[in-house]
Design a protein around this ligand. Structure first.
Ligand code: ZN
Ligand code: ZN
Ligand code: ZN
Length: 379
C-alpha cells in the first residue's frame, strides 16, 4: 500500500530508555573492539545515541564520551547546556559544561593517557587536534572503521520509520509519473518531487536527482536547467528524512515510447537489481550482493558502465555502513537496511538506475520500496 497510508500517525518518540540502551550497546561494542571509549560529535551518531541535535554546528566543543563501565558524559558549552538538558536521552547522561575562556578539552574525561578511542567521522579536525594536544599518547580511530556496524542493525521501531519513509517516497513516485515532463526544466520536476515528498510526510528533502537524457549518465547529476525532451530517459533519485529516518529510491522513466536499445538496457538493470535482492539473506556477505548485480550487467556487456557500488546502509543518514561493495565481507544480519541500486551509464546518451531500500529478514530481503520497476512511460 502507498498513498494515504504513508501519512498515518507519527510513531511514538524514542524514550530515554531507548537511548540508554543504545549507549549501553555502544559501550559494550567499544569494549569488545578493544577501545577505551567513544567520542561522539554532533551529527548522526549523536542523534542516534541521545536524540540531541545542537541548534547550530558551532566551533564550540560538544562531545559525548562513552567509556565502558562509566556513565556517559556529554561535554557541552555552558550556553547550550540548558538545551542539551532537554534532549530525549539527557536523563541517561551526565552533562559537563565548559565556559568560554576555559579549555574545553580539559572537560573531556579521557581515561588514562594511552587508550584508543573511536571518534565520529564528522568530528571537527580542530577538536581532534585539541584532544591530541591534551593527551598526546591517546590514539584515535574513525568510528565508521572502528565500529562500522554500530547503527547497522535496526530495531522494530527504526524499521517502522524506514518502512514509512519508503512508502512515502513510493507515493511520491506514483504521483510524479502523472506530471508533465516534456518541455519542462529538470529543476521544475525536482521541485514537484520535493513537494510530493513533503506532502507524503517527509520533514526534510535531501536530494531530488532528475537526470534527463545525457545528464542521466552522471549518477548524482543535480537537477539543472536542461529542458526535458520527447525521447529522453529520465533518472529520478530522491529521498529525505521522515520521523528522523531516511528514504532513498530511484526509478528511470522514459518520455514517450522508448527505443529497443533503451528497453534492453533498462531490462538489464531491472534484472540485475532483482538478482541482487534475491541474493540477500542472513550470512551472505555484502560483496555477494554487489557481485550478483554486477554479474548480470557484465554478462550483458555493460560491466564497465556500472561505475559505482551496488548499495549503502540507511538509517538516520542516507549513506552509512554496511556498503554493498567488492571486498566487504561483513555478513548480512536480520534488521540491516540498505539500498540495492545497480545502474548503467552511457556517457553523452543516457543512464538507467533502479533503487530500492531492503531490509534483511530470516527469509531474505523485504523491500521497503514497492513501486513497479518496469520502464514507465511519462509525457
Ligand atoms: Zn529515448
Ligand atoms: Zn538514491
Ligand atoms: Zn542510494
Amino acid at each position: 500500500m502507498t498513498g494515504m497510508s504513508a501519512q498515518s500517525t507519527a510513531p511514538a518518540p524514542f524514550t530515554a530508555d531507548d537511548y540508554q540502551g543504545r549507549m549501553a550497546r555502544a559501550a559494550s561494542a567499544a569494549a569488545a573492539a578493544g577501545l577505551a571509549g567513544l567520542l561522539v560529535a554532533p551529527g548522526p551518531d549523536l542523534v542516534w545515541l541521545t536524540g540531541y541535535r545542537p541548534t547550530a554546528d558551532t566551533e564550540r566543543l560538544t562531545l559525548l564520551v562513552i567509556v565502558p563501565d562509566q556513565d556517559p558524559v556529554l561535554v557541552v558549552p555552558t550556553l547550550e547546556a540548558g538545551d542539551a538538558a532537554h534532549a530525549p536521552g539527557a536523563p541517561a547522561l551526565t552533562l559537563r559544561d565548559w565556559r568560554d575562556g576555559q579549555d574545553p578539552y580539559a572537560a573531556v574525561p579521557l581515561t588514562g593517557t594511552d587508550g584508543r578511542y573511536g571518534i565520529s567521522d564528522n568530528a571537527w579536525a580542530m577538536h581532534l587536534l585539541g584532544l591530541q594536544r591534551r593527551a598526546p599518547a591517546t590514539s584515535y580511530a574513525a568510528l565508521s572503521e572502528a565500529l562500522p556496524m554500530l547503527r547497522a542493525v535496526k530495531d522494530d521501531a527504526e524499521l517502522g520509520r524506514l518502512t514509512a519513509a519508503g512508502a512515502a517516497a513510493d507515493a511520491a513516485y506514483q504521483e510524479i509519473k502523472q506530471v508533465a515532463f516534456e518541455g519542462r526544466r529538470e529543476t521544475d520536476i525536482a521541485g514537484d518531487l520535493a513537494r510530493l515528498l513533503r506532502r507524503f510526510g517527509h520533514a526534510q528533502v535531501d536530494f531530488t536527482v532528475v537526470g534527463s537524457g545525457p545528464n542521466g549518465a552522471d549518477p548524482h547529476h543535480e537537477a539543472g536547467e536542461r529542458i526535458v525532451q520527447q525521447g529522453d530517459m529520465v533518472v529520478l533519485d530522491f529521498g529525505g528524512l521522515m520521523h528522523g529516518y531516511g528514504s532513498d529510491t530511484t526509478r528511470t522513466v522514459h518520455v514517450g515510447e522508448p527505443s529497443d536499445e533503451e528497453r534492453r538496457v533498462h531490462e538489464v538493470v531491472r534484472e540485475a537489481q532483482q538478482r541482487a535482492v534475491e541474493a540477500v539473506r542472513p550470512g551472505a556477505a555484502c560483496q555477494d550482493i554487489d557481485r550478483a548485480a554486477r554479474e548480470v550487467i557484465t554478462q550483458a556487456g555493460y560491466g564497465d558502465r556500472f561505475i559505482h557500488r551496488t548499495g549503502h546502509g540507511i538509517g538516520v543518514t542516507t549513506h552509512e555502513p554496511p556498503y554493498m561493495i567488492e571486498g566487504e565481507r561483513q555478513p548480512l544480519v536480520p534488521g540491516m537496511c540498505f539500498s540495492v541500486e545497480p545502474g548503467i551509464y552511457l556517457p553523452g546518451r543516457f543512464g538507467v538506475r533502479i533503487e530500492d531500500i531492503v531490509t534483511v529478514t530470516e527469509d531474505g530481503a523485504r523491500r521497503l520500496n514497492n513501486t513497479p520497476r518496469e520502464l514507465a512511460v511519462v509525457h
